[in-house]
Design a protein around this ligand. Structure first.
Ligand code: ARG
Length: 459
């Protein structure tokens, strides 16, 4: 195969398998439009530097625009000899405008070119992902608003802990997503730095105004060190970490929902649109949507590990190992989008079985409230904790519900217990009392909803 360098320093043609290993076109053609946009800006920079005449600049730009159209209309013919999107575009440009096309690469290397394209692509993708996070937050918001009257057990260690409003639980996921969104905004700022003009690693001998170039491509600034510029893939790791963390947030939510769909829990019913059947067992309705979301988060984390591992052994500047960065990021971005969309659909279509949620709550989940009752009568919390623990144990030994323990038994444990202890056994009042900022009381959850609504609509 004819390569960008053949006939010069190197004589022998590239081995067939080496060609396959070396070729990144299938992956990086996704950055075709960014490559063209970067090249048009670069043509402007070398025009200003006196390397191109106005006429040559016009020829190059119109050639690049034609290529852009061919790509959009899927008419662009990739050749087996095209190694990557950069060489494919340059090859086609020379076919269209002749030898002058060969001037475009003056002062530029694929090392600064590829990472410029990549940052352009990722910056735009991040903007879309920020919107998609907001859409998913809206789905959690919709659930929280809709399910405001439903009480469910809160769990720690998968053991019943304290009753909560289901809304409060839905909103807990909305706030995790808010952090994912903040992270993406911060990471976008670090992605938004221009490598172009760094050449292969040492900068360029031509008088390129990199500040103007950065402004033309809407970057906040040109990278201040040409070696670092071609070698920095921190933004890739940032993004893959972002995707991993988002995946883990979705996975943790999915895990709980999967449990809640079981016959044993029965708190929620998934829509058939997001469930699958079994090829063998006729009764089955499986929560595959949520399982896939949970599973994909493992692959997302794997991608972060892959990139960190690729970078670990590299010196600074460019090494071909870096070529694998694009596939990881494209897959991570696609997976993040798709899993967010599916989670969105799951949330908007599921049914909550209110009675099941409430009936599942064992009165032991109010043990903390009983301890707080003693505290309000003057007992130190540690003693109260111990006293109520005894009552729980006693009720289990007798085999009755904690709420049915007779007053005489409570009073044997502590004389502070009185008839009013029975009024503590109310899920509503338990929830009502958790009214500090961020708590599960109806009043606080309403405040949270208002806050969340503002965050969602401020986009
Ligand atoms: N296709 C390469 C990549 O994705 C860019 C080309 C840089 N190649 C080189 N031999 N310097 O990283």
């Amino acid at each position: 195969e004819k390569t960008l360098w053949s006939g010069g320093r190197l004589d022998a043609v590239l081995d067939q398998n080496m060609t396959r290993l070396n070729r990144s076109l299938d992956t990086d053609q996704r950055m075709a439009h960014e490559d063209i946009r970067g090249s048009i800006a670069w043509a402007g920079a070398i025009l200003d530097a006196g390397i191109l005449s106005e006429e040559e600049y016009r020829q190059i730009c119109s050639g690049l625009e034609q290529i852009s159209l061919e790509i959009s209309e899927k008419r662009f013919q990739f050749l087996p000899s095209d190694e990557d999107i950069h060489s494919a575009v340059e090859r086609r440009l020379t076919e269209i405008i002749g030898a002058v096309g060969g001037k475009l690469h003056t002062g530029r290397s694929r090392n600064d070119q590829v990472v410029t394209d990549f940052r352009l692509w990722l910056r735009n993708t991040m903007d879309n992902l920020i919107k998609e996070i907001t859409e998913l937050q809206s789905a959690f918001f919709y659930r929280a608003k809709n399910d405001i009257d439903i009480i469910i057990s809160g769990y720690t260690h998968f053991q019943q802990a304290q009753p909560i409003l289901l809304s409060h639980w839905w909103l807990s996921h909305l706030w995790a997503l808010e952090r994912d969104k903040q992270r993406l905004r911060e990471f976008r700022d670090r992605t938004n730095v221009l490598p172009l003009g760094s050449g292969a690693l040492a900068g360029t001998t031509f008088p390129i105004d990199r500040f103007k170039l950065a402004a033309d491509l809407n970057f906040s600034q040109p990278a201040p060190n040409s070696i670092d510029a071609v070698s920095d893939r921190d933004f890739v790791c940032d993004f893959l970490y972002w995707a991993s963390m988002l995946g883990i947030h979705l996975s943790r939510c999915a895990e709980a929902l999967i449990l809640y769909t079981t016959m044993e829990y029965g708190y929620i019913t998934l829509s058939d649109q997001f469930s699958t059947g079994s090829s063998l067992m006729p009764q089955k309705k499986n929560p595959d949507s949520l399982e896939l979301i949970r599973g994909k988060s493992g692959s997302q984390t794997g991608r972060l590990t892959a990139m960190l591992t690729i970078l670990k052994g590299l010196p600074s500047a460019y090494d071909k190992d870096l070529q694998d960065d694009k596939e990881l990021v494209f897959q991570a971005a696609d997976t993040a989008s798709l899993t967010m969309a599916v989670m969105n659909g799951v949330l908007r279509t599921l049914k909550v079985n209110r009675e099941k949620c409430q009936q599942a709550i064992n009165m032991q989940a109010l043990a903390t409230d009983i301890a707080d009752y003693l505290v309000k009568k003057g007992m130190p919390f540690r003693e109260a904790h111990h006293a109520v623990g005894k009552a729980v144990k006693l009720s289990e030994t007798i085999g009755i519900n904690l709420a049915d323990l007779p007053l005489s038994e409570w009073q044997k444990i502590s004389p502070l217990f009185d008839q009013d202890v029975f009024s503590v056994f109310s899920l509503e009042s338990s929830i009502h009392q958790r009214s500090s900022w961020g708590g599960t009381s109806r009043e606080q959850v309403s405040k949270q909803l208002a806050y969340a609504e503002k965050i969602i609509s401020d986009q």
